[in-house]
Design a protein around this ligand. Structure first.
Ligand SMILES: C[S@@+](CC[C@H](N)C(=O)[O-])C[C@H]1O[C@@H](n2cnc3c(N)ncnc32)[C@H](O)[C@@H]1O
Length: 231
């Protein structure tokens, strides 16, 4: 593994995933019927995205959190699944709380998504759930997307909040009321802008899958590494 010297952005939200919060995060998706339903749907669309890209042998789950997706990522032992997160507590609790036969199939390491200690084209796919909606600054997103494009040889599967749905409209009026707050913890991305940013990073959209079309902000993009943005 080689690591590059980059300016790693320092986010307040990255620091909240301590030992206590990681157990809370592990439990929260199973807390009640609505959470379980929503978790089921998220796993389902992620699985559809993985099926869409077809066979791959190496994948990086970044940020893996407490391994919510490991069950669908480790369906056979032919694949090498790297799992990384900035929070060592999220990683540790994921490994401890998931079933042994699942967690022993992943290769965990702590790192920042902005400076991944893997060589160029190290994995065929990067699987990135629920991180991009936290990255509100365009300069940070640029570093982040370039890092995704550097480490993946083929695909990036990424989830985020997008506009063009009922929840985004509700969010926009909430943001207006909070306009005076300096730091926004989470951001709904205008599709037009984020899609241009993917393109500039050399990541071409091959498909998107909505969590609940026209209602929910969650969307998964399947991006294929190309040359256009880097020309
Ligand atoms: C909302 S959780 C999502 C975890 C997992 N992908 C999931 O959907 O269950 C966000 C995760 O991002 C991690 N994180 C925060 N800042 C990060 C960074 N700079 N690099 C990598 N991971 C980061 C947190 O530790 C946390 O585990």
């Amino acid at each position: 593994m080689d690591s590059k010297k980059v300016q790693i952005p320092d986010f307040d939200f990255s620091k909240k995933y301590d030992a206590r919060h990681s157990v809370h995060y592990f439990e929260k998706h199973e807390k009640n019927f609505m959470r379980r339903l929503s978790n089921w749907r998220e796993l389902k669309i992620a699985q559809n995205a993985l099926q869409y890209i077809g066979n791959f042998k190496t994948l990086l789950d970044m940020p893996c959190g407490t391994g919510r997706f490991w069950e669908i990522l480790t369906t056979d032992n032919v694949k090498t699944i790297f799992a990384s997160d900035y929070s060592i507590d999220m990683l540790k609790n994921g490994l401890k709380l998931r079933q042994d036969e699942i967690s022993k199939q992943v290769r965990p390491f702590q790192s920042s998504a902005f400076a991944i200690p893997l060589r160029d084209n190290a994995v065929e796919c990067i699987f990135c759930m629920r991180l991009l909606h936290h990255i509100s600054d365009i300069k940070d997103r640029k570093i982040f997307l370039q890092e995704m494009a550097r480490v993946s040889s083929d695909y990036v599967i990424i989830s985020l909040w997008v506009d063009g749905n009922i929840k985004a409209m509700q969010r926009a009026s909430l943001e207006k009321r909070r306009a005076k707050r300096r730091y926004q913890n989470r951001l709904c991305h205008p599709r037009k802008i984020i899609e241009e940013e993917f393109f500039e990073a050399g990541l071409l959209i091959v498909k998107h899958i909505d969590f609940f079309k026209f209602f929910s902000m969650w969307r998964i993009y399947i991006l294929k590494k190309g040359l256009i943005g880097s020309l």
